[in-house]
Design a protein around this ligand. Structure first.
Ligand SMILES: [Zn+2]
Length: 185
């Protein structure tokens, strides 16, 4: 096996890389939503996310899903924040729903496909944060309990806040959100 983040022969994540995963702090968004993230989006944690999102690494996907388990509050259904379809098609996976599915398998939690992305969205990665608009998500089914949102990377939190307000407008309570990594502010 090769280390997923540096490619050295050895375990999934070698000791050197493992020592350079940094825990992320919890963040409270402006709308009061608590977001807990497993790692800061830097170093080997960022490499691991890239292996998963852009190279489709199944091992990286399971590792990230396992890292989310300790962040899960008791007793809520999981709702992922889907991305616009063009990204899904371009990279082959829609990371947040895929992470939620893996987390559901690992924990037995119910995963509800409650949100759908718009068909088209402007590419946001290269734009200034101030110019970014949260995607308008559609609520497509109703979870039976309050939910925890699942996303891959926390940036400004605007997408999570948009997801929360879409669900809340249907009377669905969002307990908190979890993400694999968090970018620093
Ligand atoms: Zn390594």
């Amino acid at each position: 096996m090769l280390c997923l983040t540096c490619g050295k022969l050895g375990p999934d994540i070698c000791d050197f890389c493992r020592a350079n995963f940094n825990a992320a702090s919890d963040r409270l968004l402006d709308d009061g939503l608590l977001v807990r993230s497993a790692f800061r989006h830097e170093g080997p944690a960022r490499d691991l996310i890239h292996q998963y999102k852009y190279r489709g690494s199944d091992r990286a996907g399971w590792m990230l899903a396992r890292a989310l388990i300790p962040l899960l509050p008791e007793g809520h259904e999981l709702v992922a924040v889907p991305r616009a379809s063009w990204r899904h098609l371009r990279y082959g996976i829609d990371p947040a729903p895929d992470l939620a599915r893996r987390l559901g398998i690992l924990t037995g939690r119910t995963v509800v496909l409650a949100l759908a992305a718009p068909l088209m969205a402007h590419r946001q990665a290269g734009r200034k944060r101030s110019a970014r608009q949260p995607a308008v998500l559609r609520v497509t089914s109703r979870p039976r309990s309050s939910v925890v949102l699942v996303d891959d990377v926390l940036t400004t939190g605007s997408t999570l806040s948009g997801a929360r307000s879409a669900l809340q407008s249907f009377g669905i309570r969002v307990e908190s959100a979890i993400t694999a990594t968090a970018r620093g502010d």
